[in-house]
Design a protein around this ligand. Structure first.
Ligand code: NAP
Length: 268
């Protein structure tokens, strides 16, 4: 049976704890929630989903998987004590944004690392998580981590750790881009005289339908765009405005900025 320690049980740590329990990957008796924030400890204790401990307790030694879910800036301090209680055969799964495997290996003096980049929809098991592994991770352990991550949605293995910067720009930050687009679509609806909650239903269902179509249908994005835009029609009027204002180029530029920022943060 797996014994898992989640270090840092804030937003993401708690989502992982609940996901693992939901899919019975671990029992609450074998789940260690390591949290330093007192208020958070009380919340976790009340939830009764695992053993809550306040520091890098000796119990971590008995965990075959250790999940690092603290903020990247808290990792150095954590590593000082954590390195003394890690079992040499344990697997480390880090979800800390921008913290490279080499740094984790050197600060923890431990080689078996998987680094993952999830996104917000993990909250409802609809996440997109890309991950990569250090060469010391064996196939069995990779399978185990894959099973853990897939409790939160879809997963994708990457050979090249450097691609996690692009992943951060695409799927990591991605939900915010769609929310942003939807926000302004709803605002446009309101300007046209539709009540906000009605505009919101129209936009949300349109987004869901468009996603299902591109995911399940036979046509490419360009073909579907053409299917909706008849010559001289309404969609064409909107798309022409996007083109005149270089929206496509702006999107590419914005995501490139996000990737660049991910690179800068991983150098810090
Ligand atoms: N949120 C996202 O969508 C997302 C997406 C991808 C990756 N991530 C990554 O996930 C990680 C966690 O993010 P989050 O949003 O869940 O952060 P969070 O809510 O701040 O949770 C982190 C928790 O860890 C605690 N902590 C700090 N140092 C600790 C230590 N030494 N031992 C035990 N607990 C400690 C913090 O306590 P204090 O509050 O007292 O510091 C906090 O309760 C980050 O590294 C982030 O980059 C997040």
């Amino acid at each position: 049976m797996n014994k898992i320690a989640i270090i840092g049980c804030g937003n993401m740590g708690l989502i992982y704890a609940n996901s693992f329990l939901r899919y019975k990957i671990v029992t609450k008796e074998n789940l260690l929630l390591v949290e330093k924030n007192e208020q958070r400890q009380n919340t976790l204790t009340a939830l009764n989903i695992g053993k809550v401990v306040t520091s890098n307790a000796d119990e971590i030694k008995h965990c075959n998987i250790i999940i690092l879910a603290v903020k990247p800036q808290d990792f150095k301090e954590l590593a000082e004590t954590l390195k003394r209680v890690i079992n040499p055969t344990s697997m480390i799964l880090s979800i800390m944004a921008g913290t490279e495997m080499a740094l984790i290996q050197s600060l923890l003096n431990h080689q078996q690392i998987v680094r993952a980049m999830p996104n917000l929809p993990v909250e409802i098991s609809m996440g997109m998580t890309a991950y990569c592994a250090s060469p010391q991770v064996n196939v069995n352990d990779m399978m185990l981590i894959e099973n853990l991550l897939s409790t939160t949605g879809r997963t994708l293995y990457l050979k090249d750790e450097q691609q996690l910067n692009a992943v951060t720009a695409l799927s990591g930050s991605g939900p915010a881009y769609f929310f942003y687009f939807m926000k302004y679509m709803i605002e446009a609806g309101v300007k046209m005289g539709i009540e906000e909650h009605i505009a919101s239903i129209l936009v949300k269902q349109t987004m869901l339908g468009a996603f299902q179509l591109i995911n399940n249908g036979q046509k490419s994005l360009d073909e579907y765009i053409t299917s909706v835009s008849s010559k001289g029609g309404t969609t064409e009027a909107a798309l022409n405005c996007f083109k005149e204002n270089a929206l496509g180029e702006t999107i590419i530029k914005a995501l490139t900025k996000a990737e660049q920022r991910a690179k800068e943060l991983s150098l810090k």
